[in-house]
Design a binder for this molecule. Structure first.
Ligand SMILES: O=C(O)c1cc(=O)[nH]c(=O)n1[C@@H]1O[C@H](COP(=O)(O)O)[C@@H](O)[C@H]1O
Length: 240
């Protein structure tokens, strides 16, 4: 099973903060870093190039969700950035997911690189059963919804899903062993949950079979990001 070092979410306000965090993450092995909407909307593709030039692989998390044609064209642009992973909402359906895969492959072909791993967002880790039932009016359980999206993603040729580690065991029942489950909603014991609803510790994520944890504020808002990262990485290594 592929197991990535913890992936650090660079949800920060400016370039100085990006650079400060990256300097702190100069550890061995270097973690992948996640560029999300905040940083990407500020700086655009040049921030991807900047982070890559500093020696980090990039997970570009833009959570595409639109009609298939629009998504295919956007995914082509992402594909040509040479990133390692990227995201799309499974709720857009199989036609949209297949279109994004096509776009990503075209973009990757243009730069002669392997395509980014395409991961489907199942249910965000800020969603709980109450929101699912009372606001989205989805009658099935959260676990069933996540598992259904994982099946849909795999059958459409995606590489994996984003889910809470809590759902990894039920997803593994229905997908092939190399299907990736990348899991945000990670909180070390002392950390605040904030807006996250489905949370586990790094060690619980490891025990539940996560292929990689995504973690932001407990590192980026820590007084000592390097120390925080190393502790989390140690905890995620331990599967007992
Ligand atoms: O796609 C994601 O990465 C993602 C999906 C999800 O369901 N939940 C989730 O928290 N994320 C991202 O994971 C990161 C979590 O950050 P922290 O809550 O600060 O650890 C953020 O960048 C979120 O955008």
């Amino acid at each position: 099973m592929i197991k990535y070092s913890p992936i650090v979410a660079l949800d920060v306000a400016n370039l100085d903060q990006v650079n400060t965090i990256l300097k702190q993450l100069d550890v061995n092995p270097r973690p992948m870093v996640k560029i999300g909407m905040e940083v990407f909307y500020h700086f655009g593709p040049r921030i991807v190039k900047h982070v890559q030039a500093m020696g980090f692989t990039v997970f570009l998390d833009l959570k595409l969700h639109d009609i298939p044609n629009t998504v295919e064209r956007a995914a082509r642009v992402i594909g040509a950035l040479g990133v390692e992973m990227t995201t799309i909402h499974a709720a857009g359906g199989s036609e949209m997911l297949a279109a994004s895969k096509r776009g990503l492959m075209q973009g990757a072909q243009e730069i002669g690189k392997a395509p980014a791993k395409l991961l489907a967002i199942t249910q965000l880790t800020s969603i709980d059963d109450q929101i699912l039932h009372n606001q989205q009016h989805i009658a099935i359980s959260l676990q069933e919804s996540v598992r259904n999206y994982a099946k849909l993603a795999e059958s459409t040729g995606l590489d994996g899903v984003i889910c809470s580690a809590l759902e990894v065991p039920v997803i593994r029942e229905v997908v092939s062993p190399d299907f990736l489950c990348i899991t945000p909603g990670i909180r070390p014991n002392s950390a605040q949950n904030g807006d996250q609803k489905r949370v586990v510790t790094p060690n619980q994520a490891a025990k539940l079979g996560s292929n990689g944890i995504v973690i932001g504020r407990p590192i980026t808002q820590s007084a000592d990001p390097k120390f925080a990262y190393k502790q989390i990485a140690e905890e995620f290594k331990e599967e007992k």
